[in-house]
Design a protein around this ligand. Structure first.
Ligand code: ARG
Length: 593
């Protein structure tokens, strides 16, 4: 009897059914073997480790199987790689210098890189729900992770072929409106509203919240405003619309500054008329039951959710976050026909999304709906120096706008110190790229699952894995080309290469840089598979370091045209990969600083 195929099937192309007829190519480096991963440099450029689980499942000798597999590899691959079996059955691939040169010559534009990556997520229709703040409050520092990580994920997935739909799931409906409307009607300072609308709304909410806590009669009044809103009272609906519009205008300014554009802003209120169906369907398929007046879903197989209910309708009959998220799930499946749904929030919502997904799977199975992939991309908190959630001295959350402004101001001081002779407008432009880039990159370069400490000195440093370091590395390569009077994109390096002028990389530093460049496709693949932008950050940081060593060791200008052309080719590709990578992360790059 053939054992059933294990999940981590041997994925080396040559043994996959129907793949034998398509000899793999070096283009994209990862295409011939979807599970190839970059190896420890001592073990070559790539390592295929699928033989071990495959052999284990079949009780075969992995080493013998690896030999069989290697013997079956096509000559075209053998010409390009040194192939060696290591340990119990790993297969190591080391690109030969000529193959490196071919590869570098091929990837001469962002479009080419994109072509190479497009198969990874080709055609997947992916909804990304990110930013998604609640209305009537200012964006504060805690909102930045969802925005910055979400935007990077969108750009990365798009680059890798996915059809991305960006949806800002604004929290524009909910119990806060009872207090807000009560506050608006009784405590409004019209002058303050005209001056700084969001500030005034926030003040009103806080004042109303305090008042409802102090006086049960006011709490009742706030509840009554909410009920009026929910039952369609014209005055309250108009106020609600006005409050949301005010919020939206303020949010838009920051999105624009951070170069974030949504395809949709389907907030919670959009789902109001789609909630009744959720109650009916969940009850019809026996998932939801009444418990103490509420409608709840239990998951008996789950250690916690067997007892801890997923409340889909509150005992007072009102909908909640769970209801709108179930309706959102359905709308994204039915209307957008999403293959994948990704939602970003901080880790505190992990239980909610686990329950949401467990419920969705059972509900869809009962109804025969097509189940999309679902990913809750969660992230930790941003901490201050004291290791606690970052706050202003008065204990309020730091406004996001204030944080961005401070980043730009600090960067301006740095740039003015470094390059005092640059015209003011240039320094302003550089400061914006460096300041905003530093804040963004600080967030992206950390594993999103962990908390991180926010320190200006660290994120604005020109040393280490920071935006200033990487942006500076980019400008250095631009200046190499500028001094030679060459355009790094349509440069003589690539023209010369096409004419065969560049020789294959040869020295230790040339080879190290070429091999580092070769890793980009695999890095993009890991980054988008795990939806963790820090993998790309680490790679870019290493690439910049490898370039630095190369540039310190080798003279680009050389009497031999072949050597000069290949070194210029390495410079041009490093620039292209760094710029492409930084743009995918949402940073603006510069040509001088
Ligand atoms: N508005 C929510 C919050 O501020 C985030 C919404 C995330 N998206 C969702 N579909 N639940 O925490």
């Amino acid at each position: 009897d053939e054992p059933t195929q294990p999940k981590d099937e041997l994925t080396t192309g040559a043994l996959q059914e129907g793949k034998e007829s398509q000899p793999p190519t070096l283009e994209g480096a990862n295409e011939f073997c979807p599970e190839l991963r970059p190896a420890d440099p001592r073990h070559g450029d790539f390592q295929a480790n699928g033989v071990l689980p495959y052999a284990k499942a079949r009780k075969q000798n992995p080493r013998a199987l690896a030999e069989k597999l290697v013997a079956a590899l096509p000559d075209s691959l053998r010409e390009r790689f040194d192939i060696a079996i290591a340990g119990p059955g790993f297969i190591n691939f080391t690109a030969r210098p000529a193959a490196l040169l071919d590869w570098l010559a091929h990837y001469d534009s962002g479009a080419r890189l994109r072509e190479g990556a497009a198969s990874t997520h080709g055609g997947e229709r992916t909804i990304v729900d990110y930013s998604s703040p609640n209305t009537a409050k200012q964006l504060h520092v805690g909102h930045i992770r969802s925005m910055v990580i979400g935007e990077a994920i969108c750009r990365l997935l798009e680059f890798c072929g996915a059809q991305v739909i960006r949806d800002n799931h604004i929290g524009d409906w909910g119990t806060q409106f009872g207090k807000l409307i009560w506050g608006y009607k009784t405590l409004l300072d019209a002058e303050a509203l005209a001056r700084d609308p969001l500030e005034e709304l926030e003040r009103l909410y806080k004042a109303a919240d305090a008042a409802t806590k102090a006086d049960p009669a006011i709490l009742d009044a706030a509840r009554a405003e909410l009920v009026k809103l929910q039952s369609g009272d014209a005055e309250n609906l108009a106020l609600w619309r006005q409050i949301n519009a005010t919020s939206s205008t303020a949010f838009q300014q920051i999105y624009q500054q951070l170069d974030i554009r949504f395809d949709h802003e389907l907030g919670e209120s959009f789902y109001n008329d789609k909630l009744a169906r959720i109650y009916t369907e969940l009850q019809d398929c026996g998932l939801a039951t009444e418990s103490q007046g509420a409608l709840v879903v239990f998951h008996p197989e789950h250690p916690r959710f067997a007892k801890q209910p997923f409340i889909v309708r509150k005992s007072d009959g009102a909908s909640n976050y769970a209801t709108t998220d179930l309706a959102t799930m359905l709308y994204r499946t039915e209307h957008f026909e999403a293959d994948t749904i990704i939602i970003l929030t901080d880790t505190r919502q992990t239980d909610h999304f686990e329950q949401l997904w467990l419920t969705t799977q059972k509900w869809y199975a009962a109804k025969g709906y097509r189940l999309p992939e679902f990913e809750h991309v969660s992230f930790g908190a941003i901490l201050g120096d004291d290791g606690r959630a970052i706050k202003t001295r008065t204990g309020d959350p730091i406004r996001l706008q204030a944080l961005l402004d401070e980043g730009i101001e600090r960067a301006y001081a740095l740039v003015s110190e470094k390059s005092p002779t640059l015209p003011e407008t240039d320094r302003r432009e550089i400061a914006a790229a460096v300041g905003l880039g530093a804040v963004r990159y600080a967030d992206l370069s950390q594993n999103r699952s962990s908390d991180y400490v926010f320190k200006w000195e660290k994120i604005l440093s020109f040393d280490g894995n920071t935006a200033p370091y990487l942006l500076y590395a980019v400008t250095r390569i631009h200046s190499i080309f500028r001094k030679l009077g060459l355009d790094p994109y349509t440069n003589t390096a690539s023209a010369a290469t096409a004419a065969g002028a560049a020789s294959a990389p040869e020295t230790e530093h040339e080879l190290a840089l070429a091999r580092k460049l070769l890793q980009l496709p695999a890095v993009l693949q890991t980054t988008t598979e795990q939806l963790r932008p820090h993998f790309l950050c680490t790679y870019l940081f290493e690439l910049a370091g490898t370039f630095s060593s190369f540039y310190a060791a080798e003279k680009v200008l050389n009497d031999s045209p072949g050597i000069q052309a290949r070194r210029l080719l390495l410079c041009a590709r490093t620039l292209l990969f760094l710029e492409t990578g930084l743009h995918l992360l949402g940073l603006k790059t510069l040509t001088r600083m």
